[in-house]
Design a protein around this ligand. Structure first.
Ligand code: HEC
Length: 110
């Protein structure tokens, strides 16, 4: 076991620890989105009840306060930005998780 851990960390060290750590973080947020029920209304690449996350990323690309605005929408709900169906608020999600989700949505590609 310790041999495995040793060789695994060697591989990580050799292949660029920051890139891997970032990739691991992205999938952790995707998992958070799944466990928070976001995928019951959203998909990455196509509209379901709500807009595709990739479409959200595209719409807000380059906007300075995008992450804060999206965090606001996720936490408190959103109406009229994408159509007539409103998104209910997610009052029970911790604000730190909402912030991570908002930042992550902005990175989703189709
Ligand atoms: C009950 C269905 C539903 C659920 C669950 C849901 N959404 Fe939404 N979402 C929507 C709809 C509908 C819209 C479009 C609202 C509008 O037009 O303003 C939307 C819009 C958004 C937007 C764009 C907001 C904006 O300001 O443009 C983001 C980002 C988003 N959702 C993220 C999430 C995340 C993250 C979760 C999980 C915590 C989630 N949604 C859960 C239905 C949902």
């Amino acid at each position: 076991m310790s041999r495995f851990i040793f060789s695994a960390s060697l591989v990580i060290a050799l292949s660029g620890a920051t890139t891997l750590a970032r990739a691991a973080d992205v999938s952790a947020v995707a998992e958070l989105a799944r466990s928070s029920g976001c995928y019951s209304c959203h998909a990455n690449g196509e509209k379901v009840v709500g807009p595709a996350f990739a479409a959200v990323a595209q719409k807000y690309a380059g906007q300075k306060d995008a992450a804060a605005d999206l965090a606001q929408s996720i936490q408190n709900g959103s109406t009229g930005k994408w159509g007539r169906i409103p998104m209910p608020g997610h009052a029970s999600l911790p604000p730190a998780d909402v912030k991570r989700l908002a930042e992550w949505v902005l990175t989703v590609k189709p």
